[in-house]
Design a protein around this ligand. Sequence first.
Ligand SMILES: [Zn+2]
Ligand SMILES: [Zn+2]
Length: 228
Amino acid sequence: MLCEIDLRLAKINGILVTHGHGDHVHSDTFKIAKEFRIPIYIHRKTVLKGNDLKSACPKYLIKNHSARMFSIKEFKIKPFSSVHKGGNVGQPHGFCIEYGHKNKAYKIGYLTDTTRVSQEMRDALSNSHCLVIEANHDLEMIKNNPPSHSNWKQHLSNEAAAEAIVKIIKNSTNNIPKYIFLAHLSRHNNNPRVAVRKITKRIRDEGFHKIRVLLTDQFKKSKIKKLF
Ligand SMILES: [Zn+2]
Ligand SMILES: [Zn+2]
């Protein structure tokens, strides 16, 4: 997938780990980090269990972060806590990533794997030029076809994502996002077209007509958009 966007692994300056679940960090992550000497940024409470993870990567490549802002090359990274449970979750985080270009700071907000979006999270994500936010499941689909497990409760629905997005936009004083990428969509409990339609409608109903809602996919490249 990285080849499709002409990005070589050797050019990656860091890997941000949101939490310890297997769909976010895997022994292969550490093998790749080791081979290409890419530092992995992970909260100190997000303990890496299992010898395969620990032995897969030399210690000097593991960078523990706290709640404080840190830098990866010219990028400023501000972590903020999210609310997410289960398994080896550790301390889950979302991130804001800032990059300066021609005397202007551009901000990307990233939040997945959270049961809710608190005022602190909305404050952190406000004034982003681009938002990546979870739209995991659709509440109508859950109601019509209840899943056998309750993992979906640890994630944001289309409806909750739409609500959070509107509040984040209204909470913003300098910038509102040009692009919103929907992430972490469930294959069973969501439909990408429904997610985009519902969330776009909610944003338009609130009077924001220029924001584009786009999809991400675990296995396919996303659309590439330029912020400046
Ligand atoms: Zn998770
Ligand atoms: Zn996840």
